[in-house]
Design a protein around this ligand. Sequence first.
Ligand code: ZN
Ligand code: CU
Length: 486
Amino acid sequence: MSGRFDLVVHDVTLHDGTGAEGRTASLAVANGRIARIDDTITAPAEREIDGTGLALSPGFIDVHTHDDRAILATDMAAKLTQGVTCVVVGNCGISLAPLPGSGGVVPPLDLIARGPGDLFARYADYLSAVADAGPVVNMVGLVGHSTLRLATMDRLDRAAMGPEARAMRDLLDRALDDGAIGLSTGLYYEPANAASTVEILQVAEPLARFNGVYTTHLRDEADGVLDAMEEAFEIGRGADVPVVLSHHKVTDARNRGRTAETLPVIAARAAEQPVTLDVYPYNASSTVLEAKRATEVDRIIITWSKPRPDLAGRELSDIAAEMACSRVEAVARLQPAGAVYFSMAEEDVRRVLQFPMTMVGSDGLPHDVRPHPRLWGTFPRVLGHYVRDVGLFGLPEALRRMTSLPAARFGLTGRGVLREGAFADMVLFDATRIADMADFAEPTRAAAGIRAVWVNGVEACRDGVTTGARGGRVLRNADLTAKAFS
Ligand code: ZN
Ligand code: CU
């Protein structure tokens, strides 16, 4: 190298992602990596930025996404404008592969797939498609258990029989060999809730050999949350793999405050087996529209409806009043559809956010007509609202939970930290101005305060506008290091 850097950010407050206090430094990038960190850097660069008054952090790792198709079909503005440089796809039991044959797309797979044409017979085909498209952010992928069920079972309303479970196991084995990093379940959902613990254990058998992870949308996040957590831990022990409890919460008014029960259980378990969790910073959830939720949750907003796209963004109660029918009947008329449910207590959201093991995952639904604002706002909301304005915890700690912590958990070697030699996945932001601008009324507004985002050294976003650069990579399981849980 001629000594000329691709980029130098001068005199910035550098947060290295480890939780250490920020310090003033300059950082140089060459060939997609961090080439130098020093008090001052005088060597010439293609591009120089004065970072005075700004913060530089490793790019954020969104550990829970449904960006499986968005990464193929969109510019990922919802994520890049937040400072996200890596996404984990395939969560909640749904992935676009492996699904040989032309099985129908049943809910909740319809959150990410429009029809059979969006599906891939082999996991390798899916990863190749993403790599060929040139992703704008880095990506790792999980295999969805509900997708495996669709691929192998003629009816989904029962537990798998032996040969079906073995067929799922073999599909998972091959997908892991193709580069998937683990298995996800969505046992809460119909019809995946018909799966038994034994079925999951049979399917999960290959995970340990590939250093895979098991992520789960628990069977029950309400009254039975503690039993559902025990099921997840049992599966982790049986399969001998780390467990990730997805979007941890307790729902419904009568369970208010019960994260005071769940978090100590998670902490105690973590001393015995590898366990972790993620959260999104909102007291409303979002998924497919379900009749059972219409009887449990007061306030529900429709996010999309196939027969009535005009009603996206409206309250279910108002729709029912206009239709002169019950809310449950209105749900039936809107199907298939998605919804936002105001079903959590703010005190529980804050308690989970404050818990030192908690990572951040948006759980955003990128194809919804009127999505939950977590899709566009999650990371700035933690840093602006909860860290700066509410003061829940400090900025270095919040950044650690979005960068080095998830990088270690998912084995993302050379990412999640700012140090010489690491990949230049970075976000430059104004800590005094960073804020989520998306809300339930205007859910697709880009965050404020994010100045620039680089993915593998390529500038992917500048002042809230994506550049169109495709600097991301598909990270295959074999390229990763062992997932670190300690
Ligand atoms: Zn979920
Ligand atoms: Cu999810």
